[in-house]
Design a protein around this ligand. Structure first.
Ligand code: XCC
Ligand code: SF4
Length: 625
């Protein structure tokens, strides 16, 4: 029997989303919300992480009646193995993305491509020096060649630890060493997780969890950090600028191209092609006033940070953006791209274009993009979009709102430069209690949760308490739409934060980039800890992913905890079937790594928990609460 559709007010915080869900329903188009209803109720056993299909003696379901799988694995082993593979999947996503940036750098130095270049040479030299490459009196190509070998090496099996552990406070490295948690090589840790979780291998849940943490650390301090740093080298290190967000950034009189996915390698070329005067002239010949490139999800974040492109939306806006009827093309790279976008594009004149061999979509137009052909292929893609403009059905266009202003571009380099060249003013503000602490709110939307309701409420509650908020990933657009990413948002902040951000002319919620850019937050925490000569777990900081859904978000959460950062999740991963694993996650890790997860579905209560934590950490540092 068909279920009653849920009222749109329950599905999203936003008018633009509600209007487009209503339009989709009127046009008979299913979205994530209908599909979720069809999938509900979910399998309870899978939700608890108690199903195993790691071999064909099974699949097995662990229940009270059948407490062991065919091989004898119990609930703890099955849950830990499933969680370990979940984290390995997320770490693989971020890190394979990082590897793609190394390959672009390689194509630059070998001359295989001229479409890309080294934009921030000083940064290249800086990070090369950090990881032990000789820099003095060597030309940029020689330095880059050595650097990319070091980074390729970080993915391999020949190192005792990955290079960017040079950034980690010694106390933290000692903890990792003692626990056997030091990440050695990115691919190695991921492969070893697959090995350990094969039947008959690592059958001790805490031991599996330790390796899950090591795997996630190889992502945070390895794959993701390399991805962020090389993206800055190749496309430029972000600095503050203004842009806009919500579906209103889609323009009725323009050819609209949405870039979606994660890696800036393709989307930067789409943007470059869309700025080509010749192609703009072709768009104008068809009656458009220009070509508009807007972002979705993290590839949007990457281009927003560096190029200031507007953000059409986050995860749960990706289908709804197409429903406006005004999108000529959706160009995707990889990750978080719902396959449903192909079908929804097919309901309109929208061209759905995939660009990566490792992320093909049945029914999409495929362009095989490599560093050597990227710009030429991007021009062809933009021309396809221009052509599609003439097929747009004006009677089906509905752009539901006006965009809101946002400020973006807060790399650590930009923050330090805004502070006058050092972190000292920030440390003084923390010591004085004007900035009581900082929390990174990161991650996704999940259709099980009213879109952005938790992301926004948590951010608002924290800034009221003089806690600085850093946002990345899909929380960016949430914070932006709520008016939190502009300097005027200091009016919503507590007195201390208002004073500090007001003096600097910055918002109390800072856009720190995409999800791989959470590595920037790790780096900032490490720098603060080193400056104070303490461990990261001593800092008055926290992390949160209120509306997370993905394997990558689990990897981020775990590397945050393993790095010593207290981390809130709005709902638990599929681990509740094991008391051992659950207890480890929400308390046992505290004894091991000085931080743990906290699960709290109420964002107001979550803010209070952060407040308590920050008070305790401030006290530990001898500071006023
Ligand atoms: Fe994906 Fe990065 Fe989550 Fe958004 S936040 S839904 S992972 S796009 Ni990373
Ligand atoms: Fe069942 Fe064990 Fe095979 Fe998993 S590994 S499917 S628990 S027999």
């Amino acid at each position: 029997m068909a279920k009653e559709p849920r009222p749109v007010e329950e599905l999203s915080l936003w008018d633009d989303a509600q209007a487009m869900i209503t339009k989709a329903r009127a046009e008979g188009i299913d979205t994530v919300y209908e599909r979720l209803q069809h999938q509900t109720p979910h399998c309870r056993i899978c939700e608890q992480g108690l199903s195993c299909r790691n071999c064909t003696m099974g699949p097995c379901k662990i229940t009270a009646k059948a407490p062991r799988g065919v091989c004898g694995a119990d609930a703890d082993v099955v849950v830990a193995r499933n969680f370990g593979r979940f984290v390995a999947g997320g770490s693989a996503g971020h890190s394979d993305h990082g590897r793609d940036l190394i390959e672009v750098l390689e194509a630059i130095v070998t001359g295989e491509t001229t479409d890309y270049k080294i934009t921030d040479e000083p940064k290249l030299r800086r990070i090369a020096e950090e990881v032990g490459v000789t820099v003095a009196e060597r030309d940029v190509k020689a330095v880059a060649t050595d650097l990319l070998e070091v980074f390729f090496g970080d993915f391999g099996s020949r190192k005792k630890q990955i290079s960017f552990l040079s950034r980690v406070p010694q106390k933290r490295k000692d903890i990792w060493k003692k626990l056997g948690m030091t990440p050695r090589g990115v691919d190695r840790e991921i492969a070893e997780m697959m090995h350990r979780t094969h039947m008959g291998c690592d059958n001790d849940a805490p031991n599996t969890m330790i390796h899950a943490a090591r795997t996630s650390l190889s992502d945070g301090w390895g794959g993701s950090m390399i991805g962020t740093e090389l993206s800055d080298v190749i496309f430029g290190t972000p600095s503050p600028s203004m842009s806009e967000a919500n579906l209103g950034v889609i323009k009725e009189d323009k050819v609209n191209i949405l870039v979606h996915g994660h890696n800036p390698v393709v989307s930067e070329m789409i943007l470059a092609a869309a700025r080509d005067p010749q192609i703009i002239a072709e768009a104008k010949a068809l009656g458009a006033t220009g070509i508009n490139v807007a972002g979705l999800c993290c590839t949007g974040n990457e281009l927003l940070m560096r190029q200031g492109i507007p953000m059409a939306g986050n995860h749960l806006m990706t289908e709804l953006a197409i429903i406006t009827g005004a999108v000529e093309a959706v160009v995707v790279d990889y990750q978080c791209i719902m396959p449903s976008l192909v079908q929804i594009s097919g309901c309109y004149h929208t061209r759905f274009i995939d660009t990566a061999q490792k992320a093909r979509f049945t029914g999409a137009i495929h362009f095989d993009i490599h560093p050597s052909n990227a710009l030429e292929q991007a021009r062809e893609i933009v021309r396809l979009a221009v052509k599609a403009y003439s097929e747009r059905d004006a009677s089906r266009v509905d752009i539901p709102c006006e965009p809101v202003k946002i400020m973006t571009g807060f790399s650590n380099e930009a923050v330090i430069s805004a502070l006058g060249g050092t972190l000292d003013p920030l440390i003084q503000a923390i010591v004085a209690g004007d900035v009581r602490g900082a929390v990174g709110i990161v991650g996704c939307n999940n259709p099980k949760i009213k879109q952005d309701s938790m992301n926004v409420t948590l951010a608002k509650e924290l800034i009221k308490k003089d806690i600085l908020v850093l946002v990345t990933g899909c929380v960016t657009t949430a914070a932006g739409k709520a008016g939190l990413l502009v300097p005027e948002a200091i009016e919503m902040a507590g007195p201390g934060l208002k004073k500090v951000c007001g003096a600097l002319g910055i918002p109390p919620v800072l856009h720190y980039g995409s999800c791989v850019d959470n590595a920037r937050i790790l780096q900032l925490c490490a720098a603060l800890a080193n400056a104070l000569n303490v461990d990261i777990s001593d800092l008055p900081v926290g992390a949160s992913s209120p509306e997370w859904y993905s394997e990558k978000a689990a990897a981020i959460g775990l590397y945050a905890v393993a790095s010593g950062i207290y981390t809130h999740l709005g709902h638990p991963p599929n681990i509740l079937g094991s008391e051992t694993v659950t207890n480890l996650a929400v308390s046992g890790l505290e004894d091991l790594v000085g931080a743990s997860f906290v699960i709290e579905p109420d964002p107001v209560k979550a803010a209070e928990l952060f407040d308590i934590r920050i008070k305790a950490k401030r006290k530990g540092l001898g500071l006023s609460e």
